[in-house]
Design a protein around this ligand. Structure first.
Ligand code: MTE
Length: 324
């Protein structure tokens, strides 16, 4: 989300395509041949899930949840993995795909702290087992004016929240991304106040749409998409969906999020997708769907809450111009 660049969502063509679709398909065929997808016994299945998460590009099985699947044409795997925002690996759209191979995603732990009755540290195996993995096809709309449609894999964040039992003081949830300059070259620059911190109100975090995400396109998350675990909050601008999460903190006070700290006038805490509230420097009324490029490609109208109208009751009585 480079603030001073491409303010109208007019982007450069993709410059790096490290995982061509052909390689992806070939990999899927190979894994299918191994028969991993057909293993029925729970423990073997679990083992394959765990093994999968040790290796980028490995298959991660999940059943499609049709209740959470938009019908829009899906963005190609190639586009979704070569056109990214992940400032820890650089500020150009192609930087994460080029640089994120240095991210070590095993072992990985997520510390859960703050206003909870059961603070704990969960490793990746515990996260994979916490609830059944589902495939959900969500639109994600970036504040810069582009969007994608991605088959994510994960489960509702509420599953994890219920497990740690927030206490009566918990009003907000903070998400901290890894910030390791040894693995993440972008963290050496002062482009943001590291670590990347995002946050939600507790009731937003409990909404079933908020997805704790461990994979996409039938495989573990590619590093550039926030491996091994990220958030996907489809009714909010993409920057609310923190990547490579290492800490989840329950708080009384509204989190001081990285983008809000960088520019509070431009990036409010709520950041719900709202075509009626422009970014101070550009309109949010329409968007470009990544992949629908070309001279004649028409922009799409941006929908309130990115089309996820079921979240509206979370904000009843709130002036969404004030709470942008
Ligand atoms: N999380 C971290 N840690 N660092 C980032 O720079 N960028 C955000 C969000 N999560 C970002 C992040 C932004 S601006 C967007 S639009 C989405 O990730 C992009 O997710 P994608 O690259 O998987 O499409």
């Amino acid at each position: 989300m480079r603030i001073h660049r491409r303010p109208n969502g007019i982007d450069l063509p993709f410059s790096s395509e490290i995982t061509p679709q052909a390689v992806f398909e070939q990999r899927r065929r190979f894994i299918k041949t191994l028969g991993l997808g057909a293993i029925a016994g729970t423990s073997l299945w679990e083992m394959s899930q765990r093994a999968a998460h040790a290796q980028s590009g490995a298959r991660l099985a999940a059943k499609l949840n049709p209740g959470y699947a938009v019908l829009d044409k899906q963005t190609s795997f190639k586009d979704a993995t070569s056109y990214n925002n992940f400032y820890e690996f650089g500020t150009d759209k192609s930087d994460p795909a080029e640089n994120a191979h240095t991210l070590k995603t095993r072992p990985w732990t997520v510390a859960i702290e703050g206003e909870v009755k059961k603070p704990q540290v969960l490793d990746l195996d515990a996260l994979l087992k916490l609830a059944p993995l589902e495939e959900r096809v969500y639109r994600l709309r970036c504040v810069e004016g582009w969007s994608m449609v991605i088959p994510w894999i994960g489960y509702s964040l509420s599953e994890l929240i219920k497990k740690v039992e927030p206490n009566g003081n918990a009003k907000f949830v903070e998400f901290h991304s890894l910030a390791d300059p040894k693995q993440m070259p972008g963290v050496r620059s002062a482009v943001l106040d590291w670590p990347y911190v995002e946050g939600l109100r507790l009731d937003e975090a409990m909404h079933p749409l908020a997805l704790l995400t461990l994979g996409m396109y039938g495989q573990v998350l590619p590093n550039q998409n926030g491996a091994p675990v990220r958030l996907t909050v489809p009714w909010k601008y993409g920057f609310k969906s923190a990547k490579s999460i290492v800490k989840i903190r329950f708080t009384r006070d509204m989190p001081r999020t990285s983008w809000w700290l960088a520019n509070p006038r431009e990036y409010g805490f709520y950041s719900n997708v709202n075509p009626e509230v422009d970014h101070p420097r550009w309109s949010q009324a329409s968007e470009r769907r990544v992949g629908e490029d070309g001279f004649f490609a028409k922009k799409r109208k941006t929908l309130m809450f990115n089309g996820y109208a079921e979240v509206a009751s979370l904000y009843s009585g709130m002036d969404l111009r004030k709470y942008y």
